[in-house]
Ligand binder design. Structure first.
Ligand code: FMN
Length: 167
């Protein structure tokens, strides 16, 4: 953690990436965040009428971004995670810039037997990265291009039934 904390402290933008596991972040990302508490002072301060720990002076990041994938198709599967990330941003004193989200992300895996064209999605993901670095934000249309429907939900369900059967 000594090495990792130094890298986090030196970052301009915190990009937290996790698949949705049981409606939230993975245990490993949560452990990392639990162990990042030394980036904050122990004392309390009032910020926007709320108790917070002040960030240590050497912790630079002013912005936080979520990158996530889910197995299910609906965008609301990300809601608990986004809510949590917004709370984390407030606690860290960072601006929450937004979320780069890809539902049923397993369809981006080229080894999936019934693959559909997804190159435009992969390009949009890269584009979001360029926008974040160059403008400090990600455009709504780029995020929408990343999250676009690939096939109708009924077909997704059929694919999964075919794949898993009774397993
Ligand atoms: C333990 C576990 C829990 C999961 N929970 C959810 C969930 O609550 N909602 C969802 O949409 N997908 C869920 N998924 C699916 C993953 O988000 C999805 O398959 C993702 O692409 C996995 O990324 P990974 O291969 O990097 O682990 C879960 C997967 C695992 C393994």
């Amino acid at each position: 953690m000594t090495e990792v904390l130094a890298k986090i402290a030196d970052s301009d933008i915190l990009v937290l990436a996790t698949p949705v596991y049981v409606d939230g972040m993975t245990g490993s990302l949560k452990s990392l965040l639990d162990r990042s508490i030394p980036l904050l002072h122990g004392r309390f301060e009032l910020r926007d009428d709320h108790c917070r720990h002040p960030r240590r002076e050497y912790a630079k990041a002013e912005k936080l971004v979520l990158v996530s994938v889910s197995g299910f198709t609906e965008m609301d599967n990300f809601d608990p995670l986004i809510h949590h990330m917004k709370a984390i941003s407030k606690n860290l004193g960072c601006e929450f810039v937004g979320s780069l989200l890809r539902p049923y992300a397993w369809m981006l895996d080229p080894s999936w037997e019934q693959g559909a064209p997804v190159n435009d999605i992969l390009e949009a993901i890269k584009q979001a990265g360029y926008e974040l670095v160059s403008d400090g934000t990600m455009k709504e249309e780029t995020l929408a291009a990343v999250a676009r429907d690939i096939i109708p939900r009924e077909e997704v369900i059929k694919m999964m039934q075919g794949h898993f059967g009774d397993k």
